[in-house]
Design a protein around this ligand. Structure first.
Ligand SMILES: [Zn+2]
Ligand SMILES: [Zn+2]
Length: 94
């Protein structure tokens, strides 16, 4: 039986003779042309899908913000951080 590969980024199928990239965390597949090597890699240069890359970035951000919560409250730029986080949230809520 033929296993159909689907690109997690564009949602279209990947044909058998096509080269593709596989996420090193979850095995999601991506067309070579859809994959952005600068955005979608972990610290060791392994390819990640957008979801795993986001989770990794959020883990880092989570740690950063938790460690310096007080600084965000004391520095006026803390509200910029808050606004940007809220605007990111709105972007994916749609
Ligand atoms: Zn694609
Ligand atoms: Zn993944």
């Amino acid at each position: 039986m033929e296993v159909k590969l689907k690109c997690i980024i564009c949602g279209k199928s990947i044909s058998e003779d096509e080269e593709y990239i596989e996420c090193s965390d979850c095995d999601a597949k991506m067309h070579k042309g859809c994959f952005d090597g600068e955005l979608l890699t972990d610290a060791n240069g392994n390819p990640l899908c957008p979801i795993c890359a986001s989770i990794e970035a959020l883990d880092w951000l989570d740690e950063l913000i938790s460690a310096y919560t007080k600084v965000y409250r004391m520095d006026p730029r803390g509200s910029e951080v808050r606004d940007r986080l809220l605007s990111l949230l709105r972007m994916i809520e749609k």
